[in-house]
Design a protein. Sequence first.
Length: 280
Amino acid sequence: MRELPLPTLPIQDLGVRDLRAQRRSLRRADVAEAGARLVVAWARDEAEVREAQQLRYQVFAEEMGARLSPPAGTPPGLDVDVFDPYCEHLLVRVLDGDEGNRPVIGTYRVMTPAAARRVGGLYSETEFDLTRLRPLRATMVELGRSCVHADHRQGGVILALWGALAEFMQRNGLETMVGCASVSMRDGGHVAASLWEQLRQTHLAPIEWQVRPRLALPVDDLRRDLQVEPPPLIKGYLRCGAKLLGAPAWDPDFNTADLPLLMRVADLPERYRRHFLAAA
């Protein structure tokens, strides 16, 4: 796998209307988290993308034990893949008054429709056959590599990220979000299989949107009768109207079961629409 240079594409080629202005502006989240104010902004250069990749490495490799396969020449301590140069990277920092010490504590990676065409597909397509989503692709973004620092997982960071994502979607006429939500398989996969069994009864998407995993979690060989609580991120997606697109895929490198989810802006419940879109 060859290394791709970090963003060298002109901003106007990214397929959104006013990303340059969005990158210049910082959105101060109206939430207090761990006693601090938060600032949300899009990464403006390679150095800021590196900060996101460093946080991802801390969470995925050091905390979760993922086996990462970065491109040749990647500096140590970074989670990097071939999709990164084509994506927009949303960052949350703690606003503590010190301009030189505002660490990234949360991040999302966003791939626009134009970027997906340029790179040849979505990351999700390495795990699922997304053929049935083809009618949605013109206004569909992919969300991925979401993570929050272990010291800041009380909810404020995710709310700040979601507010900025909603603003980005509305401002650029984007209607659908798709991505994979991961469930740990440290228990062998029984929790993930049971969660799939529960959610398919209540949140399964219509057949015309359902997808197939390329490497399926062997749910028929696992327990599916456990009463499990969805992880907070998945629970948040479902509250916002997300639909489960099909059975989970198995990601052996990250040791997770990945559930394919789709969420449309039009399906946001009214209370979340007021919260996320009022100021967009």
